[in-house]
Design a protein around this ligand. Structure first.
Ligand SMILES: [Zn+2]
Length: 85
């Protein structure tokens, strides 16, 4: 079960912070990892995001254990060419 976590007011603007499920992109050891449905506190005023320590730790652990991902997606990569403008 997820324990209720009380976010402190926004560090920047003092606004209330509400939790939302969102995805996070994390680069680790030179690779890109995407975590879906991550509970993140988002300031209702300025949109600043706060991640609670337990969530950050859980993500760290997943990366370190190199657990099998739910799925693997391909990411298109473009080389920007200056003649495209
Ligand atoms: Zn704020």
């Amino acid at each position: 079960m997820v324990k209720e976590y009380k976010y402190s007011d926004c560090f920047y603007c003092g606004g209330a912070v509400a939790e939302q499920l969102t995805h996070r992109e994390i680069r680790w050891k030179g690779k890109l990892f995407i975590f879906e449905n991550v509970p993140v506190g988002v300031c209702t005023q300025c949109g600043e995001k706060v991640i609670k320590p337990a969530v950050a730790k859980a993500i760290d652990q997943l990366l370190q254990e190199e657990k099998k991902p739910t799925k693997i997606i391909q990411v298109p990569v473009y080389q920007y060419e200056s003649n495209i403008v």
